[in-house]
Design a binder for this molecule. Structure first.
Ligand code: C5P
Length: 277
């Protein structure tokens, strides 16, 4: 019996520029996306009918019915399977939990059944194409235009979520301007990690301000991250509320995570590497 496992890594928007809005209401994005060495796990095995089981520390409240993107992904592939989702990522958190689970399901089921992943994965969600690509990428359009990026260095990070679920459409609705500048094209090259960090500091997440307006604790998360020794940059991912801090070493990231977990027991805190694969 073919059992296939796939990692559903946390997606981090190192930059997220909102550059316009289409007539259908979807926003045009310009984003540098990387993946963490941390995430959910999908295991699939052949079955006569599809069934989803969700376990793990973040399983509470995750739907096991057709509302779960994993089952929508399975329907798109069109094969029956017993699917186990081990949930380690918070939901509605700006780090692509549901989209990454869907992409991992597409990968695992296509391998299990020996069938190709269909082209219309965007129908599952705007973040699914970039999650399916998997590595550092430049994401444009509403999420369908994904270009792999070779020059992004591995980064030491701490991810922090203050325990507030954020509804993405509400954050987009709070934007005051929708035609913000895009990233430079072509993107610069970054010979050293320090070049990348200096450039990254000049870029933005345009959803950060409307997210803070809705959930002011996000500003506190950013300030708390910046206050930890060795933190070089702190920014929100996606539409929040998860923020990432970037550090100059694994030791400093792990020390910061330890301190934050101790000081803020209600916050979800993880030290990880980004773009490390
Ligand atoms: O595609 P997905 O279901 O992840 O998007 C959730 C919501 O986020 C959309 O309904 C839309 O309100 C908003 N969104 C957007 N522009 C994008 C992606 C998402 O306005 N490019």
């Amino acid at each position: 019996m073919t059992v296939v496992e796939a990692r559903a890594s946390a997606k981090i928007n190192l930059t997220l520029h909102v550059t316009g809005r289409r007539d259908d209401g979807y926003h045009l994005l310009d984003s540098l996306v990387v993946f963490a060495d941390f995430g959910d796990r999908i295991t699939v095995r052949p079955a006569t009918a599809t069934r989803l089981t969700v376990t793990g520390p973040m399983a509470a409240g995750v739907p096991v019915d057709a509302g779960n993107l994993v089952l929508k992904a399975a329907a798109l592939i069109g094969v029956s399977a017993d699917i186990m989702l081990e949930k380690y990522l918070p939901a509605a958190a700006g780090i692509g939990g549901g989209s990454s689970d869907a992409a991992a399901t597409l990968r695992a089921l296509s391998e299990m059944a020996g069938v190709a992943v269909p082209c219309d994965v965007l129908s599952l969600g705007a973040d699914v194409p970039v999650c399916l690509a998997g590595g550092a990428a430049w994401m444009r359009g509403i999420g369908e235009d994904v270009t792999p990026l070779a020059g992004v260095p591995p980064l030491y990070a701490v991810l922090v979520n203050p325990g507030v679920a954020v509804a993405t459409p509400e954050i987009f609705a709070g934007l005051t301007t929708r035609d913000n500048p895009a990233m430079p094209e072509p993107l610069p090259t970054w010979p050293e990690t320090s070049d990348f960090m200096a450039w990254l500091a000049t870029q933005r997440n345009d959803l950060q301000a409307p997210a803070i307006a809705k959930e002011p604790i996000i500003a506190e998360v950013l300030a708390t991250l910046l206050d930890t020794p060795g933190c070089q940059l702190a920014r929100m991912s996606g539409s929040g509320a998860t923020c990432f801090g970037l550090y100059d070493s694994a030791e400093r990231a792990s020390a910061a995570a330890g301190r934050l977990a101790q000081d803020r027991p209600g916050w979800w805190v993880v030290a990880t590497r980004l773009n490390a694969a």
